[in-house]
Design a protein around this ligand. Structure first.
Ligand code: HC0
Ligand code: SF4
Length: 604
């Protein structure tokens, strides 16, 4: 601990904190755009500026609190005229960056539309407009390297200021403030290295958008659509592609039966958007809320999570029993992970479970089974999901999930939790007051196993419970499987399966996945069943979750386990509606019909 003085008041704080964290801890909530506790100091936005001086010294010095350590006797002023002045200039700088960006993007747009401006004329025009602007722009705005970047910009960005090529997340370059959080998150947390700042020799006065150095659109990069960058972006430059307006149009025309399914972890975080305790929204309140938003049927994706377990558990047993089959088997419900395999680890494809994700099983059941059951043409159904994930938006667009005969997609649209939050706010619904309502059936009932899907290790635990039951005809002892619980990035366990030692691994977060797969193909990579989720912590840490402080992820996970324990049935094979679905329609897990409607293929 050290003793410090802030604005004349004395405090004791841990010496491990940086000055920004220390100030926040004792109640001085200093704004900072580029700093994020999970990422560490960057020091580009300069918004957390403070005055500091040592004991005995007379002069205060300006410092970015995020990049400053605390020391004994430190004297800090957070609101002196000098600090304010510096802050104003930092904010003006940020605005300037944004303005300059939009200007250059607009010029690029004009160039493309008219098509008659040579690059040289374009540069001169740009230069004079920039120099006559009220912002001070460096003289050396355009040099040779910048030339080629501009070329790229004009060529690649053309008339678009917003890169929506990824289909899940979008980058609005005009809103970027150069905080570099996305670069940090994508490289250091996810190990994907999609973004990079353009090297300083080219990067004059922040005129260039943070395209990666090759100037590619997102769709041309290794991006797996996990959306982690959209969780950390402080300026709204990186967001999910918003589908709320499209949905509202569909709802207003009242031509389709609009059906929704909510994902396991979405219900745990929705309340956070409205400053309620995380996990405080009950499943019953979620069902009520979704009805108020205008959905005609409100179902639970946890129902198809149970179904996934029946299929995946059976598939695992098949693979274990058949000496010619391919092991280890990897889970396949995380679309960010599937994107990663298809882009970077294609030799893993035969190892992926062929099970569709619960989202896609949901759509398939709705359009192929439920439609018939209620005697409605599937084309008159609009199927929506509420996910903690951005990659799910892209998953539903895969050709594999379009009915080959009717051409209809199984799932029509996916909203992130944040989008639902926006819809709720727009309608002015006060949901802390909402009473519980039941989900509709038959896709409304689920077990504890399905609730576990929300956190890393949950699919594994659910699968172990049912694979055990499928094999031995009795419940997994004590149900709870602690070895795969918790937020560690890589977890391993060995399970005694009637004398055969099943080697299990659970991995979440891009960087951990890369690390885990380093030994792939060598004899030390020795597993039977592996659960992988692209986001740190699994879906509870998903890229479509509310932008809460990330220390909330353990709280969400605790809420998962608490909810799970209270559920009446806790193993997927106990779901009576799943059993009935097999009786009525699918016949048996991993059977012919199930293969047709619940399984899929992957493309290298
Ligand atoms: Fe999944 Fe997920 S990825 S685990 O399989 O929870 O169920 O599809 O919905 O929430 O995104 C399931 C699927 C989800 C979540 C996510 C979770
Ligand atoms: Fe990187 Fe994920 Fe963002 Fe793509 S979505 S740029 S992989 S963090």
């Amino acid at each position: 601990e050290v003793k410090i003085i802030i604005n004349g008041e004395k405090f004791r704080v841990s010496s491990k904190l940086n000055l920004l964290e220390a100030c926040r801890k004792v109640g001085f909530d200093i704004a900072a755009l580029c700093y994020h506790p999970a990422l560490g100091p960057v020091g580009t936005c300069k918004c957390c500026v403070v005055d500091v001086k040592s004991e005995g010294s007379t002069n205060y010095k300006r410092a970015c609190a995020c990049a400053t350590e605390v020391w004994n006797g430190m004297d800090i002023r957070t609101d002196s005229p000098q600090v304010r002045e510096q802050l104003m200039s930092a904010i003006a700088d940020l605005r300037k960056k944004q303005k300059n960006r939009s200007l250059i993007m607009k010029i690029a747009g004009n160039y493309d539309k008219r098509g008659d401006l040579s690059l040289e004329r374009y540069i001169k025009k740009g230069e004079s407009r920039l120099q006559s602007s009220k912002y001070q722009i460096s003289e050396k705005v355009f040099d040779d390297e910048t030339d080629s970047m501009l070329d790229l910009l004009i060529d690649r960005v053309s008339n678009r200021f917003i890169d929506q090529t990824n289909l899940a997340i979008q980058v609005d370059h005009t809103k970027c403030i150069d905080c570099t959080r996305c670069v940090n998150v994508c490289s250091n947390l996810q190990g994907m290295n999609v973004y990079s700042t353009i090297s300083t020799s080219v990067y004059v006065d922040s005129l260039m958008p943070s395209l990666n150095t090759k100037g590619e659109f997102l769709s041309e990069t290794m991006c797996i659509s996990c959306g982690q960058c959209s969780l950390y972006c402080p300026s709204g430059a990186i967001t999910e592609i918003d589908h709320t307006e499209k949905l509202e149009v569909i709802m207003k025309t009242k031509k389709k039966l609009v059906i929704v399914g909510i994902a396991p972890s979405s219900r745990l975080s929705l309340a956070e958007i409205f400053k309620l305790t995380p996990g405080s929204l009950t499943t019953g309140q979620c069902a009520h809320l979704l009805r108020l938003l205008g959905f005609n049927r409100v179902f639970d994706v946890q129902f198809t999570a149970d179904l996934t377990i029946m299929e995946e558990g059976t598939e695992l047993l098949h693979r274990i029993n058949d000496p010619n089959s391919i092991l280890p088997m990897f889970t396949s419900c995380c679309p960010g992970w599937i994107n990663l395999v298809e882009k970077q680890y294609q030799n893993i494809i035969p190892h992926l479970s062929s099970c569709r994700s619960p989202q896609q099983m949901f759509g398939s059941i709705i359009k192929n089974y439920y439609a018939k059951k209620i005697n409605i043409d599937p084309k008159d159904i609009f199927c929506v999901t509420v996910m903690p994930c951005t990659a799910k938006k892209k998953e539903l667009l895969r050709e594999q999930f379009r009915n080959p005969e009717t051409g209809l997609r199984d799932v029509d649209l996916c909203l992130t939790v944040r989008e639902v939050g926006r819809m709720v706010a727009k309608r002015g619904i006060e949901f802390s007051e909402l009473e519980d309502r039941e989900f509709d059936n038959p896709l409304g009932f689920s077990t504890g196993a399905a609730q576990l899907f929300a956190g890393s290790g949950g699919v594994m635990e659910a699968a172990v419970r049912s694979a055990y039951w499928l094999k031995f005809g009795e419940d997994f002892p004590a149900l709870q499987y602690n070895a795969v619980r918790g937020l560690k990035g890589i977890k391993e366990a060995v399970l005694d399966f009637d004398g055969r030692q099943l080697r299990l691994a659970v991995v979440s977060g891009g960087k951990n996945i890369h690390k885990f797969l380093e030994t792939w193909g060598t004899s030390s990579f020795n597993y039977d069943f592996i659960e992988i989720m692209a986001c740190p912590g699994g879906c509870i840490g998903g890229g479509g979750q509310p932008r809460s402080n990330l220390d909330i992820v353990p709280i969400r996970l605790k809420s998962v386990y608490q909810r799970e324990q209270k559920m009446t049935s806790r193993s997927s094979h106990d779901n009576p509606y799943v059993k009935k679905l097999y009786q009525d329609w699918l016949k048996k897990p991993y059977g012919e019909k199930a293969m047709m409607y619940l399984h899929t293929t992957y493309a290298p």
